[in-house]
Design a protein around this ligand. Structure first.
Ligand code: NCD
Length: 342
């Protein structure tokens, strides 16, 4: 696809070559994320971060990514604080906001809302998550992380064996990830969820149509062996018709060190889009796994900055300019040492 000046709304826009392009630009962003070099390539550019649903990682990492490229970040983080509460339409908000910024990142609780907003925007819009529908940048950073983790084991994304665990019905990160996996060859997928929270039929059909092997499980222990990656998710309680309904599924699947050691092959990578629900009744990913070297959740969040920098650089057409605006960092930063482990 042509990235320049275009919206990023769904992973369905990408071919495998587009994903490769994003990943190779992300690789080039590493010295900037590690503070080895700084660049001012987006000096003067403004991103509007419009987050109408709770977010820490996605919002802050999109903001950091833009800052790391030298641009400025403006944030609107609550519907309450915006004119949407006064009855303003997405159309009007988009027309106005796009006059104030060069690119917009938007998260909204309704499926399709970001595309509706983008249709009225005069600047590129990146989908930061639209209800249960899609979360393209999360899926890209997840796939980028999988590629890195597998590479360390001399393997590639083709022939990947992965278990996706938890609320697969409402989890938009999983939905986008599955669609991206359709770009690769011979994937084996274990879907592990309660029967009521299975992956939507059209997504599992899409995977099968690409020749991937899909198996459904309703018990955690039954589906977690024989895979390279465990991708655990939180019950998306905000998407359920009522809290009581959501509570039925809380804590049903809990991955902890003992289950991992008993049932998984050595070096099985553990991922989660985060936040993990650490309340006592939930704990889908136990903190007793924190010291497990295969826990990749914080490598995922670090990689999120690289991937989001790549998206901005591609959409705003500065990929080839980044290094021309670079200079070495002279101030002390512990980040440079820490980031060696990124
Ligand atoms: C995910 C999301 O918002 O869909 N979080 C994130 O962006 N990292 C997953 C979740 O909230 O469970």
């Amino acid at each position: 696809m042509d990235f320049v000046g275009n919206h990023i709304l769904s992973v369905g826009q990408f071919q495998r070559s587009d994903v490769n392009r994003i990943f190779s630009v992300a690789d080039r962003m590493r010295p900037y994320a590690m503070r080895k070099r700084i660049t001012r390539v987006l000096e003067g550019a403004i991103v509007s971060n419009m987050f109408f649903e709770p977010s820490t990682r996605t919002r802050v990492s999109f903001g950091s990514a833009f800052n790391l490229l030298g641009g400025e970040v403006r944030e609107t983080t609550e519907v309450k604080a915006s004119s949407l509460t006064k009855g303003e339409s997405l159309y009007d908000t988009a027309r106005v906001l796009s006059g104030y910024s060069d690119v917009i990142v938007m998260r909204h609780p309704e499926a399709g809302s970001v595309a509706e907003f983008a249709a009225a925007s005069r600047v590129p819009v990146i989908n930061g998550g639209d209800g249960p529908n899609e979360h393209p940048s999360q899926a890209l950073l997840d796939l980028y992380t999988m590629r890195e983790e597998l590479r360390a084991q001399d393997r590639s994304l083709d022939h990947l064996r992965i278990a996706l665990i938890g609320d697969l019905r409402y989890g938009r990160a999983v939905h986008s990830l599955c669609k991206l996996l359709c770009l690769y060859d011979d994937i084996h997928i274990h879907f592990i969820s309660p029967p009521e929270l299975e992956i939507p039929e059209e997504i599992s059909l899409q995977l099968r149509n690409h020749g991937h092997q899909v198996t459904q499980f309703h018990r955690l222990e039954a589906g977690i062996h024989g895979v390279d990656i465990l991708y655990v998710t939180r019950t998306q309680e905000e998407r359920f018709p009522s809290q009581d309904e959501a509570d039925k599924y809380r804590g049903l699947f809990r991955l902890n060190e003992s289950i991992y050691t008993q049932h998984c092959e050595p070096n099985t990578v553990i991922m989660h889009p985060l936040p993990r629900d650490s309340r006592a009744q939930a704990q889908e990913l136990d903190e007793d796994l924190n010291q497990n070297p295969n826990l990749a959740i914080f490598r995922q969040t670090d990689n999120g900055v690289l991937v989001r920098m790549a998206l901005f650089a591609l959409v705003l057409n500065v990929v080839e300019e980044v290094d021309n605006h670079a200079k070495p960092v002279t101030w002390f930063t512990a980040k440079r040492n820490l980031a060696e482990k990124m």
